[in-house]
Design a protein around this ligand. Structure first.
Ligand code: GLN
Length: 489
C-alpha cells in the first residue's frame, strides 16, 4: 500500500488481509503528520480513528465487513461529529462540540468508514479559496503557494495528497466541484435533497448539499450509495429511488455556448480535448444554449447571502459558540460576540443578505433573484429535453496563488460555471481532465435531477479511457516528483 489506492483497491487489500484497518489508519495518520504544512485538517482524531479501525478489523475477522469497513475518511468541518469539535473554520465555533452526529457522519460510520478528523474550509463555507478560514488556508498539494479552492479545500487537498482516500464536502455554489478541479480529484455535488442536511451546519439552506471527494467516479459512487436517501430528520431529503447505474450506453452531451465561447484559450484547449475524448468513446456532442447563465452569479449572491443572514442569526453569544468577555448589557453581548466571532467575509454576507431582505428592497433584490433562479432552472430543464448530460468547465482558470484574488466580486466570479447547477438543484461532478502549466483542470458533468447515476457512469467511462485522475502531486512523502499511480497494491 502506498496511500494512493482507490477505495476499491483498499477494500480488496483489507478483505485479503494484506494489511489491517489499524495499519491503514496508522499509514493515513503518518501521511497527515508528514504533510502538516498543507493545513488540510482543523482537527485530527487519532484515538477515535484507531478505535474505529480496531472495530473494523474485528468486523472483517467475523466476515461482517460493510461496504466501507476500514476505509479511512475525513469529514469537512461543517458536519457535526459527537465528541469532536465542529468549527466551520470560524472563531465563532472554534470550541463547539456537537452533542450528536450528522446523518452523513453516522451513515458513513455505520458502513464501516474510519474518520481521521475534520478538514479545513472557508469560514461557514463562504469562499472559493480557503482563505476565509479562521485557522489559515489549506494549501494546494500541487503547489503549496496556491489555493486548494473552496470552500471544501481541506477535503480536496487531503484526497489529492493521498492523506485519505476519500472525504466529504458540501457544495452550495461550487464548494465541492471547484476544489476538486483545483486539486485534481473527483468530486460530486448530488441533486439538492439527495443527501440529508441533518447535522450539516447551515449556510444557505435552499442550496446546501453534501457530497464526496475521491480518486475516481467509481469511488464517489460507492460513497454516495452510503450517504444518500431519505432521512426523517431532514424533511427536504428525498424519497426518490436510490441512485441507479444502468450502464446507459451512448449519450448525447450538451455543450452550452455560454460556458464554452469565452474561455481562456489554454483552458479551452485542455477542456476541448476532454470532450473530443468523450466523442471518441461513442458519445454525441451537441451545442446547446442556457441563455440566463450570466444572471446566475448575481442571483446566487443575493439568495445565498439572504439565507445566510437568517441562518447565522442563531450565533448570538448566548446559546452557541463564541461569547465576548465582560459585556455591559445584552445588546453589547450580541454585538461584540458577533463582531469578534465572525470574519470579514461572513459579515459581508450577513450585511448584504439582511439588506436584500429588508422592507423596500425585498422585491427589488430577493424576489427578483428568485425569479432569475426559476429561469435558470427552466433553461436546464429545456436543455435536458435534448441531451442526457451537459459538459462544461468547472473553473475559469487553474488554481490561483494564495492572496492573488482580493476583491470580493472577483472571488465571486470564480464560481461562474458552478453556480447555475446549484441554483437549479442539479447533480454535477468535477473530474480531472488535464494539466495546464503543471496544475489540474476539471471537467464538469451536469445531469438532470436525481440522475447522479448517469453523471457518474459517464465520468467512469471517461476515466477508463484516460489517466488524468491517476496523476498525483509531489508531496513530502514522495521522493520522485509527479507520477502515475497504478491500482495495484
Ligand atoms: N464560493 C461560493 C460562496 O462563497 C460557494 C461556496 C459553497 O459552495 N459553499 O458562496
Amino acid at each position: 500500500m502506498n496511500g494512493d489506492e482507490s477505495i476499491a483497491a483498499l477494500r480488496r487489500g483489507l478483505l485479503d488481509r494484506r494489511y489491517s484497518a489499524v495499519e491503514l489508519t496508522e499509514h493515513s495518520l503518518s501521511r497527515i503528520a508528514a504533510n502538516e504544512t498543507l493545513n488540510c485538517f482543523i482537527t485530527i482524531d487519532p484515538d477515535g480513528a484507531l478505535a474505529a479501525a480496531a472495530a473494523a478489523d474485528s468486523r472483517i475477522a467475523r466476515g461482517e465487513a460493510g461496504p466501507l469497513t476500514g476505509i479511512p475518511l475525513a469529514h469537512k468541518d461543517v458536519f457535526c461529529t459527537r465528541g469532536i469539535r465542529t468549527t466551520c473554520a470560524s472563531r465563532m465555533l472554534a470550541n463547539f462540540i456537537a452533542p450528536y452526529d450528522a446523518t452523513v457522519v453516522s451513515r458513513l460510520a455505520q458502513a464501516g468508514a474510519v474518520c481521521l478528523g475534520k478538514t479545513n474550509m472557508d469560514e461557514f463555507a463562504m469562499g472559493s479559496s480557503n482563505e476565509t478560514s479562521w485557522f489559515g488556508p489549506a494549501r494546494n498539494p500541487w503547489d503549496s503557494g496556491r489555493a486548494p479552492g473552496g470552500s471544501s479545500g481541506g477535503s480536496a487537498a487531503a484526497v489529492s495528497a493521498g492523506l485519505v482516500p476519500c472525504a466529504t464536502g458540501t457544495d452550495t455554489g461550487g464548494s465541492i466541484r471547484q476544489p476538486a478541479a483545483f486539486c485534481g480529484v473527483t468530486g460530486l455535488k448530488p441533486t439538492y435533497g439527495r443527501v440529508s442536511r441533518y447535522g450539516m451546519v447551515a449556510f444557505a439552506s435552499s442550496l446546501d448539499q453534501g457530497g464526496a471527494f475521491a480518486r475516481d467516479a467509481e469511488d464517489v459512487a460507492a460513497l454516495l450509495q452510503v450517504m444518500e436517501g431519505h432521512d426523517p430528520l431532514d424533511s427536504t431529503s428525498t424519497t426518490a429511488e436510490p441512485t441507479a447505474f444502468d450502464g446507459s450506453g451512448s449519450m448525447t452531451i450538451g455543450l452550452p455556448g455560454e460556458y464554452w465561447d469565452d474561455l481562456d484559450a489554454d483552458m479551452g484547449a485542455v477542456l476541448e480535448a476532454a470532450t473530443r475524448e468523450l466523442e471518441a468513446a461513442g458519445h454525441t456532442l451537441k451545442t446547446v444554449s442556457l441563455p440566463h447563465t450570466a444572471a446566475a452569479v448575481p442571483a446566487y449572491y443575493v439568495i445565498a447571502s439572504a439565507e445566510a443572514s437568517a441562518n447565522l442569526s442563531r450565533y448570538d453569544g448566548v446559546r452557541f459558540g463564541y461569547r465576548a468577555e465582560s459585556p455591559d448589557n445584552i445588546d453589547d453581548l450580541y454585538r461584540r460576540s458577533r463582531a469578534e466571532g465572525f470574519g470579514a467575509e461572513v459579515k459581508r454576507r450577513i450585511l448584504t443578505g439582511t439588506y436584500a431582505l429588508s422592507i423596500g428592497y425585498y422585491d427589488a433584490y430577493y424576489l427578483q433573484a428568485q425569479r432569475v433562479r426559476r429561469l435558470i432552472r427552466q433553461d436546464f430543464l429545456d436543455t435536458f429535453d435534448q441531451v442526457d448530460v451537459i459538459a462544461a468547465p468547472v473553473t475559469p482558470g487553474v488554481a490561483f496563488p494564495l492572496g492573488a484574488v482580493t476583491e470580493p466580486v472577483a472571488m465571486y466570479r470564480q464560481d461562474v460555471f458552478t453556480i447555475p447547477a446549484s441554483l437549479a438543484g442539479l447533480p454535477a461532478m468535477s473530474l480531472p481532465c488535464g494539466l495546464l502549466e503543471g496544475l489540474p483542470v476539471g471537467l464538469q458533468l451536469i445531469g438532470p435531477h436525481f440522475e447522479e447515476g448517469r453523471v457518474l457512469e459517464l465520468g467512469a467511462h471517461y476515466q477508463r479511457r484516460t489517466d488524468w485522475h491517476r496523476q498525483r502531486p509531489h508531496i513530502p512523502l514522495d521522493t520522485d516528483g509527479p507520477r502515475e499511480v497504478s491500482d495495484a497494491v
